[in-house]
Design a protein around this ligand. Structure first.
Ligand code: DC
Length: 226
């Protein structure tokens, strides 16, 4: 079974997807983390976001994996190295959308995401899961929230990670920029699939959102895990 969760940055996708996967005993697949890991490698190698040719070659020669630890956390492995913390840096956030808009980079990620998603029952979160990666997903959700709330959440998250130099203003600039690039790019832009259940999480707590998704799943797919 495949559950797709899409939406803009800061709408709560990864938090919710992780908790829902745990509740259902499914595998959580964070597709944004894959684009972030590629971006980190490009930064480390000094490859500029506009150098599509080098980025495509790099993507084709990169081993990306997601490892699930016993305590339920997800580790992102880039060529065998754990980069779970490094991929959250503001520098990676600044460039990731520019790299994720390259068609042939996405092609490499698409086949990896499909392979991982088909291996086990999975919850995948991203921007194009319900529209492109798994258009035939068993259930699709689109999580959204007001821009100011998304900024507030992302700010809190980065502060909690101890990132230096974080201000509400620079988080807002980064989010606005990524929203624009992610939703206007030619290849697999952020879109709500026609059959996705839309949930505005602005005023909802995390347990509320997880409960709502589990309830919808139980109602529509007969999933007994809710
Ligand atoms: O979910 P996130 O903020 O970690 O994602 C980082 C970036 O990766 C996001 O700005 C756009 C890109 N992305 C994408 O293009 N397609 C996906 N399925 C997931 C993420």
């Amino acid at each position: 079974m495949v559950i797709a969760i899409d939406g803009p940055a800061g709408a709560g996708k990864s938090t919710i997807a992780k908790l829902l996967a745990k509740k259902l005993r499914f595998t959580y697949i964070d597709t944004g983390a894959m684009y972030r890991a590629l971006t980190l490698k490009a930064i480390e190698r000094g490859i500029k976001p506009r150098n599509a040719k080098a980025l495509i070659a790099m993507a084709r020669n990169t081993a990306l994996d997601l490892a699930h630890t016993k305590d339920g956390s997800l580790r992102v492995l880039l060529d065998g190295r754990d980069v779970s913390a490094d991929i959250r840096s503001p520098c990676v956030s600044r460039f990731v959308s520019d790299i994720a808009k390259i068609k042939n980079v996405r092609k490499v990620m698409l086949s990896l995401q499909r392979r991982l998603g088909r291996e086990k029952d999975s919850v995948l979160d991203g921007r194009d899961i319900g529209t492109v990666v798994f258009p035939d997903a068993d259930k699709k959700f689109f999580l959204d929230a007001l821009f100011t709330e998304r900024v507030r959440r992302r700010y809190k998250e980065l502060k909690a990670l101890g990132m230096p130099g974080i201000t509400l203003k620079n988080v807002a600039v980064d989010l606005r920029n990524r929203d624009t690039i992610d939703s206007t790019r030619k290849c697999a832009p952020l879109r709500r699939a026609a059959d996705a259940v839309y949930i505005d999480t602005t005023k909802m707590t995390i347990p509320d959102v997880v409960h709502t998704l589990a309830h919808v799943l139980h109602r529509d797919t007969g999933s007994r895990h809710g």
